[in-house]
Write a protein that binds this ligand. Structure first.
Ligand code: PAF
Length: 286
């Protein structure tokens, strides 16, 4: 008869307790940083962390300093109870769910500035966003001192920023990047997708289709950056549910500078507004 093995997952809300739990945990420790409202994309990170490590820690913290807009922060989807149940089912050992005051106590003043990478693409449209991300990720690394940390390719620029942060500041953490998980129609999974109306949801895969168009041209041998950007722009513009396009980019994968010609590895990415949601997605040309 099948037996269920009881799994003791600890949910911790203070730095001190979390640091101690990680110090005492079986090594290696794998960390999956999240802002909650978990979906299969997050669970793929948890699955990989479970496969690679003896202890799996997940943080759930909606980080206020990476939101420019108060309304966006307030409206961000939250489901702590559902998340905790899911993580328990997926064999997670430690959940870190601090309050804002625990992460940013009165008098907090020290920030991690990631340099020019932070001012491109997403950074141009969300000033301060990557300073907030880099600061909170550094704090999570310092509290938990994980051996590995897992991020999704869906946030392509975030991946580049965090890899650089870990290298530049000698974090001693192996940054593991997992592929974007998509709905059957190609839409990249994101906690924000629940905010789309049914009509918007139906139209939302256009972002992926636009990037695929550029990708297909590239596999056919097109190397001209403008031609690839144009091809993706046209597909995005053809969808009337797209309210506005922030950018379509074909950029060098390390510097995130736009390329005239795709020579080495590059990332084709786009951000577009559909109702209340800003959809972002990317594909790596390699
Ligand atoms: O990708 C996210 O969910 C967030 O940006 C992160 C890495 C958890 C930092 O708040």
């Amino acid at each position: 008869m099948a037996q269920t093995i009881p799994h003791n997952m600890r949910v911790i809300s203070t730095n001190k307790e979390m640091s101690q739990a990680c110090r005492e945990a079986l090594k290696p420790v794998g960390l999956v940083p999240t802002m909650g409202a978990l979906h299969p994309g997050h669970l793929s990170l948890v699955g990989q962390a479970r496969a690679d490590n003896l202890t799996v820690a997940v943080s759930i913290f909606v980080n206020p300093t990476q939101f420019g807009d108060k309304k966006d922060l307030q409206g961000y989807p939250r489901d702590m109870e559902g998340d905790i149940n899911l993580l328990r089912q997926h064999g997670v050992d430690l959940v870190y769910a601090p309050k804002v005051e625990e992460v940013y106590p009165d008098g907090f003043d020290t920030w991690v500035d990631v340099g020019p990478l932070a001012d491109k693409l997403e950074g141009l449209h969300r000033p301060g966003h990557f300073r907030g991300v880099a600061t909170v990720v550094s704090k999570l690394f310092n509290v938990m001192r994980p051996d590995r940390a897992y991020f999704g390719q869906k946030d392509g620029q975030q991946v580049v920023v965090i890899q650089k942060l870990a290298r530049d500041l000698d974090m001693g953490v192996e940054v593991v990047i997992m592929p974007t998980i998509r709905e059957l129609d190609g839409l990249a999974m994101s906690s924000r997708n629940v905010q789309l109306t049914p009509e918007q949801r139906q139209a939302a895969p256009v972002v992926h289709s636009a990037l695929c168009q550029a990708y297909l041209l590239w596999t056919d041998g097109e190397r001209d950056g403008d031609k690839l950007r144009q091809a993706a722009q046209e597909i995005l513009r053809s969808e009337s549910m797209v309210d506005s396009i922030d950018y379509v980019s074909v950029a060098n994968i390390s510097t995130l500078d736009e390329v005239e010609r795709v020579e080495g590895r590059a990332m084709v990415s786009a951000a577009a507004h559909m109702g209340p949601v800003r959809l972002i997605d990317n594909l790596v040309l390699e």
